[in-house]
Design a protein around this ligand. Structure first.
Ligand SMILES: [Zn+2]
Length: 111
């Protein structure tokens, strides 16, 4: 079980990460905007732009998924089950919660 102080710490941490992820999503959204069908940038740089676009799109989906996980977990911090592994039911190390608050399983169950 987490103490109230720890819960508040985790809540602040999650809130910060949500803000960060939202900022990152905005940036990635701009980067994944349609590649202009403009011949002036040249064929090679256009291919570069398309490659970067798929990299950024992958990052966008990953960040969006993480943001959703963070939002889900944000609502659960006050539940008595928070900090307990969803798979084996053992307590999750507080250090691990601080590093990856969106993960709901302990280090042993995550592999
Ligand atoms: Zn576990």
């Amino acid at each position: 079980m987490l103490t109230d102080k720890q819960k508040n710490e985790v809540k602040e941490l999650i809130q910060r990460r949500i803000t960060d992820s939202e900022n990152e999503l905005q940036l990635l959204k701009q980067l994944t905007a349609a590649v202009a069908p403009d011949n002036s940038i040249g064929r090679i740089s256009r291919m570069d732009a398309i490659n970067n676009k798929s990299v950024n799109e992958a990052a966008y989906h990953k960040t969006r998924k993480r943001l959703q996980q963070l939002k889900n977990v944000q609502e659960e911090v006050d539940n008595s089950t928070f900090g307990t592994c969803l798979r084996c039911g053992k307590p999750i190390a507080y250090e691990r919660i601080l590093i990856m608050p969106e993960k709901r399983v302990c280090v042993h169950c995550s592999t």
